[in-house]
Write a protein that binds this ligand. Structure first.
Ligand SMILES: Cc1cc2nc3c(=O)[nH]c(=O)nc-3n(C[C@H](O)[C@H](O)[C@H](O)COP(=O)(O)O)c2cc1C
Length: 181
């Protein structure tokens, strides 16, 4: 699959068919992630890999962290996503609190790493969805994802075989977005 094809055809998917993503594919996605551009070679990313066989631990952590009625009422939606998903990768950024410019650039680099994961997964036939939902990463779940106090959880990317075809939400035409000099 060519890069342009992967970019244009990748869509976010939340409903998956249950197949487990093999460890070899998860490892491949990490190898792609670390080739994201990063200023001054800070390599600000850290990863937490959650193969399907470890989903039970996530389910338990979600239940423990759902400490309000609202959070508990959303649990079944999260369980549905997890039931179908085949693996997940959390991307964590090592923060630079004393250097806001670096911190921002490092966040950008980590976001690119996330997209490398999504595109690389798609190339191998795995759909994905990047979430920053508090239900998955908020509160005490930072510990589950091994996010240290000096780190930010950039997101969790759930991976799996797409259960449905997702139609693209339209994008504004580039002519309305770009200024040519
Ligand atoms: C930083 C970031 C956080 C996101 N968090 C969520 C999320 O919490 N829940 C969700 O449904 N989608 C989330 N997404 C995915 C976007 O909703 C999705 O990319 C967008 O709808 C465009 O759809 P596409 O990926 O199919 O092009 C996130 C995307 C980014 C870049």
């Amino acid at each position: 699959m060519h890069v342009s094809q992967a970019i244009l055809s990748r869509r976010s998917h939340k409903m998956f068919r249950g197949d487990a993503v093999p460890d070899e594919d998860l490892k491949h996605l990490l190898e792609l992630a670390i080739w994201a551009p990063n200023h001054k070679f800070t390599e600000p990313w850290r990863f937490t890999v959650l193969p399907k066989r470890s989903f039970g631990a996530l389910l338990y952590a979600l239940e423990v962290s759902a400490d309000t009625e609202k959070a508990r009422s959303k649990l079944h939606k999260l369980r549905d996503i997890i039931d179908g998903a085949g693996g997940a990768i959390a991307v964590r950024q090592v923060r630079s609190p004393d250097n806001p410019e670096r911190d921002l650039e490092d966040y950008a680099a980590c976001a690119i790493a996330c997209q490398h994961i999504q595109l690389g997964a798609w190339e191998r036939g795995w759909a994905s969805y990047w979430t920053t939902s508090a239900g998955f990463i908020g509160g005490s779940l930072a510990d589950f994802w091994h996010a240290a106090p000096d780190e930010r959880l950039v997101g969790v990317i759930f991976l799996g075989k797409a259960a449905l075809e997702m139609t693209a939400v339209r994008r504004h035409p580039v002519d309305s977005l770009a200024v040519w000099l």
